[in-house]
Design a protein around this ligand. Structure first.
Ligand code: APR
Length: 231
């Protein structure tokens, strides 16, 4: 049965109240990437980086999944083939909306990582500077989030999914950050039908077979209904 691979970005969580990065007034208009989303920034000023992620973690914990997250979970349940959600988002709203099989390529706000020994654990709501690692006690805990200049997680598995995709959908991402922005090319190489569902056309919109513009809470449920109705 045909496999569906879905890539999501900050736009799918926008209507849950979580800020996107590059929209008007987005997170990268409020903070410098090099200060809060790079290993160098963390080494230079861990308190600033923890404050940035603590605020997002507290906000994300209060956010509710929206109709787009819920529709993708319904697609996973009702589609006869595999539906894999690869997300660039570090919130857990896909899971909160009932999705399984979610691949967090940029890590998770809810995760903590020890920069010394690599141990991972569930992050406290607010992580303190020099939080001791539960495994090695070193004061080097960091958010388990992939920063610029670091390798995204699960890339081998993601390319395997893309190689077997019959459908590839990109939802709520500006298509400006690689390697995620190139997934549509991988999907096309495997003969997948490709669709973009976004508020505005992304940088890669012209590559997709189909582009549906509008807010995700409207376009995603309608797209899912169409797919399920056709099978
Ligand atoms: N419905 C659908 N799409 C939306 C909505 C909405 N309600 N609101 C915004 N969008 C779209 C915007 O048009 C934009 O194309 O979501 C996209 C958000 O783009 P970005 O802010 O660049 O977020 P994203 O593409 O997820 O960024 C990718 O960049 O900074 C890094 O690691 C960070 O994971 C992030 C990566």
């Amino acid at each position: 049965m045909e496999k569906i691979v879905i890539l999501t970005g900050a736009g799918i969580s926008a209507e849950s109240g979580l800020g996107t990065f590059r929209d008007e007034g987005g997170l990268w208009a409020q903070h410098r990437i090099e200060d809060v989303a790079t290993p160098e920034g963390f080494a230079r000023n861990p308190a600033l980086v923890h404050a940035f992620y603590n605020a997002r973690r507290v906000q994300a914990a209060k956010a509710k999944p929206n109709d787009a997250h819920i529709a993708l979970a319904r697609l996973q349940r009702d589609w006869p083939g595999e539906v894999v959600i690869v997300t660039q988002n570090v919130d857990s709203l896909h899971e909160a909306g009932g999705a399984e099989n979610v691949v967090h390529m940029h890590g998770l706000l809810a995760g903590a990582l020890c920069a010394s020994c690599g141990h991972r654990w569930t992050s406290p709501p607010e992580m303190a500077v020099a939080e001791p690692c539960p495994a090695c006690a070193a004061p080097t805990a960091r958010p388990d989030v992939v920063w610029f200049g670091e390798m995204p997680y699960y890339m081998d598995a993601i390319y395997d999914h893309l190689a077997g995709a019959a459908f590839f959908a990109s939802i709520g991402t500006s298509g400006q950050v690689y390697p995620a922005a190139a997934f549509v090319h991988e999907a096309r190489l495997s003969g997948a039908q490709t669709i973009e569902l976004n508020l505005d056309p992304s940088d890669g919109a012209s590559v997709f077979d189909q582009v549906i513009l509008g807010p995700a809470t409207e376009t995603v449920p309608r797209w899912v209904d169409g797919l399920l109705g056709s099978h």
